[in-house]
Design a protein around this ligand. Structure first.
Ligand SMILES: [Zn+2]
Length: 371
């Protein structure tokens, strides 16, 4: 086990939740502080409120990863007698960095929307609102036969070769590699000034564009040659579609029964329900956060009920007229990301041999009480 710095942890995190998945204009990434420091403790938070910062200080946290960006509108100044200024001051004085993963974490496979769909027990969940289509590249690498298996493993382990539900897909063909090591070389096989021919394997696979850098870096690291021969080709194949919200099915029940399930699954005391409580529910759409503007996507995709936060009075009326049931468990159910992300990032850090504690913030940031 080794100590990690902030860059290394964020690099891992971005493999899971790449910045490229964020909606245009979103405020994501490192917002406050620095990453070039050793990290012992990372805290996962939904919101960065003053109480959350106090908790971070108390728990000796060097990095907060938050879903809601604490700086959303551009700052004109940082005045330490305002709440926001005081929060920034506290973070900087205590050398606590804040990194935000907002819509990219909503979209990411295993992110907020998948966690919500999982908790609700949706079968065969699909994307509700497509926002991103993965572009694919073909990667071809030439390796001595002795290292072909290791290279194929590294390619697959870092995310290359996914076709549908199959991973580690590749094709290999044997051939002969030829090279003439020049001056100043230190060849793994052969010697300077002598034309060499080696039994090599050509391995080809497919890589999502957003993973290309990580796949190539790992491949080059695992390859024995000083100069690795590889090609990257653009391909026309359509990649996986990612996006906001999920839609799937549950065992048929009434809207009233399903509302009870939502309360339990998302750990809330009350939900607001739009629609006839005795109507039947089977196809369920869910979208974390404020999903008002996507209610027609749920309707078009045949949802019997749409679960989202911050439902407006008029959206509720519109949905009613469209015959779409809605359940609003509150925006705060996105708190599910705290535990989900803690588990995912802990696993990734452990696999990378990083000695770091990752834990969820325990502060309840829901501003609403029902009385
Ligand atoms: Zn949100």
């Amino acid at each position: 086990m080794k100590k990690a710095n902030g860059h290394e942890i964020i690099q891992l995190f971005e493999q899971f939740s790449p910045k490229g998945l964020a909606m245009e204009g979103d405020k994501i990434g490192l917002q406050i502080g620095r990453l070039n420091k050793k990290i012992d403790n990372v805290m996962i938070a939904l919101d960065v409120l003053e109480e959350v910062i106090d908790e971070a200080i108390e728990r000796n946290v060097q990095l907060i990863i938050a879903h809601h960006p604490p700086i959303f509108r551009s700052l004109k100044n940082v005045l330490t007698d305002t709440v926001q200024g005081r929060m920034i001051e506290k973070l900087l004085k205590n050398d606590i960095a804040v990194y935000a993963a907002h819509t990219n974490l909503d979209v990411a496979a295993g992110g907020v929307n998948d966690l919500l769909a999982d908790a609700l027990g949706l079968g065969n969940p699909e994307v509700l609102v497509p926002t991103y289509e993965t572009k694919l590249k073909k990667l071809v690498v030439f390796t001595p036969a002795s290292h072909a298996e290791e290279i194929r493993k590294v390619l697959g382990d870092t995310g290359a070769g996914f076709i549908g539900n199959y991973s580690h897909c590749s094709f290999s063909a044997d051939g002969t590699g030829r090279f003439l090591p020049g001056e100043k070389t230190n060849p793994y096989i052969g010697q300077q000034g002598r034309l060499e021919s080696v039994d090599e394997v050509r391995i080809e696979t497919i890589v999502p564009e957003h993973l290309l850098k990580r796949v190539v870096t790992a491949m080059v690291k695992a390859h024995p040659y000083e100069e690795v021969a590889y090609d990257i080709f653009p391909v026309e194949n359509k990649g996986e579609v990612l996006g906001l919200g999920r839609i799937g099915t549950v065992k048929e029940m009434t809207l009233g029964e399903f509302a009870e399930r939502v309360k339990k699954a998302l750990e809330v005391d009350k939900v607001r329900v739009v629609g006839d409580l005795s109507s039947r529910v089977k196809k369920v759409a869910v979208l974390g956060g404020d999903g008002n503007k996507y209610f027609m996507s749920a309707k078009f995709k045949g949802a019997d009920v749409y679960i989202t936060g911050d439902i407006y009075y008029h959206t509720a009326h519109d949905a009613m007229m469209q015959g779409l049931n809605m359940i609003d468990p509150g925006h705060n159910v996105e708190k599910i990301m705290k535990k989900g992300l803690t588990a995912t990032l802990s696993k990734m850090c452990k696999e990378s041999g990083y000695e770091v504690e990752i834990f969820p913030s325990e502060v309840n940031t829901d501003p609403f009480k029902f009385i």
